[in-house]
Design a protein around this ligand. Structure first.
Ligand code: KIV
Length: 270
């Protein structure tokens, strides 16, 4: 029986077994109880309380201003709405600059917010932080490729890993974070061929966003899936509302498209 037809709570072990079985992992952001409940009802496997909430919920220009208190609050709301999905919550900008700070803040997301897993942006330089979290029982999702918290260093949002040197660094980062104990990885805005290579070399599930169809799963921002993001949507996103008469039907269509491999298409990748 496929995992998505079971009602048992999804764990990191479930995701590892889905990767082994070649069953696609469906992930979506949600920031409150109502949408977490809807995502769960639609069969989403992983609900991500992303710091993208700074942009799509709070109307900020980027994610840099999102605070720990805000992440704990939204994680708690989402935790009240989910029943089956794994709940992953973001460590926001400057909340995990060293292992002790990361441990304290991850503790808040799990103990006050109810998260199952914490996600952090960073490459091999974050391996020490990931290791400290992991040895203390905190499951970690590493976020590589485009890291929106680095927007001021990057000068904008661009595809990462196009040049040979950058691709090599990405491969090394992925390996270092897995070795440090990460249980899961998000790859954002990476050329599809590189994402496929990293996914194949990985021993942990890789969830892509703008990283092509070969990843073990896909994640999108809820507001993009519902077509309510202001301005031009990112090329890798798809609005699933057209042709559906309810939010639930649109989220079910997203989950089905990830599972049957019809999302993303080559045009929705780099
Ligand atoms: O903050 C977020 O929503 C994310 C996803 C875009 C992966 O990190």
């Amino acid at each position: 029986m496929s995992v998505h037809s079971e009602s048992r709570r999804i764990t990191v072990a479930t995701l590892a077994s889905m990767r082994r079985e070649g069953e696609k992992i469906v992930s979506l952001t949600a920031y409150d109880a109502a949408f977490a409940r809807l995502a769960d009802a639609a069969g989403v496997d992983v609900i991500l309380v992303g710091d993208s909430l700074g942009m799509v919920v709070q109307g900020r220009e980027n994610t840099v201003g999102v605070t720990m208190d805000e992440m704990v609050y939204h994680t708690l709301l989402a935790a009240r709405g989910r029943s089956r999905a794994l709940l992953v919550a973001d460590l926001p900008f400057l909340s995990c600059a060293d292992p002790a700070q990361a441990l304290a803040n991850a503790g808040r997301l799990m103990q006050e917010g109810g998260a199952d897993v914490v996600k952090l942006e960073g490459g091999a330089a974050q391996a020490e932080v990931v290791e400290r979290l992991s040895v203390n029982g905190v499951p970690v999702c590493a976020h590589l490729g485009l890291r929106p918290q680095f927007v001021h260093k990057l000068g904008g949002y661009r595809v990462q890993g196009r040049e040979a040197e950058a691709a090599k660094t990405l491969r090394e980062d992925a390996r270092a974070l897995e070795e440090a104990g990460a249980e899961l990885m998000v790859l954002e805005c990476v050329p599809a061929a590189l994402a496929e290579e990293i996914t194949q070399a990985s021993g942990i599930p890789v969830i892509g966003i703008g990283a092509g169809a070969a990843c073990d799963g896909q994640v999108l921002v809820l507001h993009d899936v519902l077509g309510i993001t202001p301005g031009r949507p990112p090329r890798f996103a798809r609005n699933f509302m057209p042709g559906h008469d309810s939010l639930l039907a649109a989220l079910q269509a997203y989950a089905a498209a990830v599972r049957d491999g019809s999302f993303p298409t080559a045009e929705e990748a780099f």
